[in-house]
Design a protein. Sequence first.
Length: 528
Amino acid sequence: MSTKILMKCAKKGINLSPEAYDLVLNQKDPFDFISSVIIKLKSKDYSKKDLISVDKETILNIKKNLKTSISTVKSNEKITKNNLKNSNKNQNNITEEKSKIEKYEVEQIKNESEEFKRNINKSNVKYDFKIIQDTSKKSYTSGEIENLITYFQSRYEKLSKILSKKPELKNTQKIVDIEENQSMVNLILMVKDIRITKNGHRLIEFEDETGTIPILFSNKNEKLFKESEKLLKDEVVGIIADNNGDIAIGTEIINPGVTRIAEKEMDFGIVFLSDIHIGSLTFLEDAFNKFIDWINCEYGNKKQIKIAEDVKYLIICGDIVDGIGVYPNQEKELAIKDIKAQYSEAAKFLGKIRSDIKIIIAPGNHDASRVAEPQPALPEEYAEDLYKLDNVEFISNPGVISLDGINVLIYHGRSFDDIVMAVKDFTHEKNDLLMEELLKKRHLAPIYGEKTPLASELEDYLVIDQIPDVLHTGHVHINTYKKFNGIHLINSGTFQTQTEFQKINNIEPTPAEVPILDKGKYKQLKFI
Ligand code: D5M
Ligand code: FE
Ligand code: ZN
């Protein structure tokens, strides 16, 4: 036991003083205790590069904190709810649904009960698992300019079809058909260019397949001007404009939007993960092991284990490993410097999960798939060991699956970075609002040619053709949940602490918080 503890500390760059070491050995479960100490230290004050000297005082302090966090699980429910309420005060859209979120810290109880066994007889479980959209095998692009034209035509046509069903857009016309003396125009357009005039109005150049038209959004019309702030380059919208003067003045912006969907019955649970970043030094291995113990019904209090028992599906929405050469100097932050070995390690973790849970994996920008979206499923040549697990399914990013009739749209979320850059009111933290916006625009990555590389396929697979029951995203490493028009919008956070890159960009992750849709109800469990 004692060498195991010292090895673990050494691996994480932690140096225990002799008194601190004695104190650790005196704990009930020294190994479990030191794991919690390491997580506390690594997730807070220190970067992974720091060598940390730990004395008796530090251990005593951490111990005190740990105690309070364990003994207050019950009241914690209240605290997290209050916190949520407070943080909601800053948000414009406070949804009632949000204040009802159940959040728990997973209680550190090992489940000794034999009632529920791992790897229960798999043949008893009936899965109704369908892949609705997987673009892995549909990539025809050769990178030619004609492809780009076809790609944008496809985007325009698909979104036009949705838009033209709206009552306001029943009688649209093409730019080329606008008469000189026509006082009002009603068009379906793609945003070509956005500028601010010297008087602070927004001047947008739009296009359709017949031509281009500049339309001004005056800052005197505050409400519409605010709406026009959210217009993104290359998105497709309906526009009604007043055409009386020298230039058309916008009077209405119409998004494709989503209609409210009816809630479906669900008698099972879906767990959502993303951005595990296995292979990174900042991957929270201990917390992830606790998660695996929980999902195997071996960790947590009774109520928490009941949630685990319900789980039938687990979706991983990209960045399962940290990858190699994703950003400059990444190798300094890697614990495993070989991509295949990273996937082997991932397979070791996922292989411990009860085999009666179906695991669905989509790639993210750190994975070994083509980076341009739509990203094909993880290639078997790199993720060989994952392909050996027979309860794992692979899908593209984006991808659509049906789990016993619940349709889940999976999208890693890289386009969030571009949208946050383009619109001043949008932030990574409130990415639930970004998901809502993507649904309104019915497109997962509207902006072409910024940080999100889009492959100019013959068809635009990033258009949201069908309204899903769940939109599952990741990438930003910050958990959010919102119910919008009956659709569950879930960002599943991360299992990685703050990286150097995120420190520079002021991104505070929310690691080791796992969302679950348990029989239709959103719950969140915390493993740190
Ligand atoms: O992304 C991890 C986090 O870093 C996530 O919050 C987005 C942010 N991020 C990543 N790339 C960029 C760029 N290029 N600009 C701004 N913010 C970014 P991950 O994909 O795990 O590295
Ligand atoms: Fe990530
Ligand atoms: Zn990512």
